[in-house]
Design a binder for this molecule. Structure first.
Ligand SMILES: Cc1ncc(COP(=O)(O)O)c(C=O)c1O
Length: 380
């Protein structure tokens, strides 16, 4: 059924005209790569993280790679990470030469199972790298206690949860190393961009080198490199957008939350979809995505056909995420079908429905009505 309504993307940024003008000022200023706006953005992010040092980078992928390098992880080391996450976590572990060790997750919260993490620890394990899911964080008390007890580093992939709180403190304000993404689909954007929260100024200085060629400055105003650093510094143009976006984060999060609450009010299909954890008053959770599990075994169409049918009604969807251990790269480490049943079920049944701060409540109603009609029409 074709729709006359505008196409509803499943994710996207909100950029205002003031920000466009502010970017114009940076472009005209004569300094467009990393400079004062990056410093300002890092200061604002640091305040958001209770004063911990924060470094801006060109993506969360870069931040994860640098975090792994900062933690000294390389060949011979193992990193425990969820099989239900984005390709980046697998790619960066492999890129630094370490071995990815996957664990399964919870069907509803999608966060890693910490008992499985504990069971997967070997003498080669150097770090745990969990991905936090919108609507419910990994249990930070249990995670930090486990890491401390077993002497492991933690790299929190917080790409999806900027603005979520753990016991009244923002994600990033506690823990070990924490990475954020500012891709256009995230809670705020810098076009492309990311950040890494570290523990102290020694680590911050090391990140400065890791993100900029490995360069160190000598007292005689010449430079040296002692290791092959990367090139991941965020330009000022992007940082200017980040400063403007961070100021609007509370508003964006409130809009996203209201949309999610509407999804829960309106979402009823027969057979029922598995929904994310329902928001509770004062739970401090942010909502980057609204992903459901389709009742495919009781439907006569495939997920692709379901997504195509929504597309035909002008509604975009995503898949978050494929099972990492079943990717071609993941299988190279000996993983196979059936290793992580919950992850595999999510990977097969999940659909991410539209959610972004540019949407109206009526858009949610439109999505819910379309999903209900397509599921009802394909009931076995
Ligand atoms: C869970 C998760 N982690 C990390 C990333 C990587 O973010 P970036 O695109 O900024 O590298 C993404 C991107 O979508 C993601 O979804």
């Amino acid at each position: 059924m074709a729709s006359d309504l505008p196409y509803l993307k499943f994710a996207g940024p909100v950029l205002d005209e003031t920000t466009v003008a502010e970017v114009g000022e940076v472009l005209r200023s004569g300094w467009i790569t990393s400079g004062p706006w990056v410093q300002g953005f890092e200061k604002s992010l640091s305040e958001f993280c209770d004063g911990r040092p924060v470094k801006a980078l060109t993506s969360a992928t870069a931040a994860i790679e640098v975090a792994l390098q900062l933690a000294g992880i390389g060949p011979g080391d193992e990193v425990i990470t969820p099989a239900q996450s984005f390709f980046t976590v697998l790619n960066m572990i492999v890129k630094v030469g370490a071995r990815p060790v996957f664990v399964d997750c919870d069907l509803v919260t999608r966060n890693i199972d910490l008992d499985e993490v504990e069971a997967a620890i070997t003498p080669r394990t150097k770090a745990i790298m969990p991905t936090h899911w919108p609507g419910s964080l990994v249990d930070m008390d249990a995670l930090c206690a486990l890491a401390q007890r077993r002497g492991l580093r933690v790299i929190e992939d917080a790409a999806l949860v900027l603005g979520s709180k753990w016991r009244d403190r923002n994600v990033g304000a506690l823990g070990d190393l924490v990475t954020f993404s500012f891709h256009p689909n995230k809670n705020i954007t810098t076009i492309e961009g990311g950040a890494l929260v570290v523990n102290d100024e020694v680590e911050a200085k090391r990140v400065d080198a890791l993100r900029f060629h490995g360069i160190e400055h000598r007292p005689d105003r010449t430079r040296d490199v002692a290791f092959p650093g990367g090139k991941f510094n965020l330009p000022d143009v992007n940082a200017r957008i980040g400063v403007a976006q961070l100021a609007r984060l509370p508003e964006f999060l409130a809009t996203r939350r209201a949309l999610v609450e509407r999804y829960f009010e309106r979402f009823a299909t027969d057979p029922a979809c598995v929904l994310p954890p329902r928001p509770r008053a004062g739970d401090g959770q942010s909502w980057n995505m609204f992903s459901v599990l389709l009742p495919l075994s009781r439907m006569s169409i495939t997920r692709k056909a379901f997504r195509d049918a929504l597309d035909a009604r002008g509604i975009g969807t995503g898949v978050s995420y494929e099972a990492l251990h079943l990717s071609t790269l993941g299988r190279r480490y000996g993983y196979k079908d059936g290793d992580f049943p919950v992850t595999e079920r999510i990977a097969a049944e999940t659909v991410t429905l539209p959610l972004h701060a540019g949407m109206a409540i009526a858009d949610v109603d439109r999505v819910c009505e379309a999903v209900r009609a397509i599921v009802a029409g394909s009931r076995r």
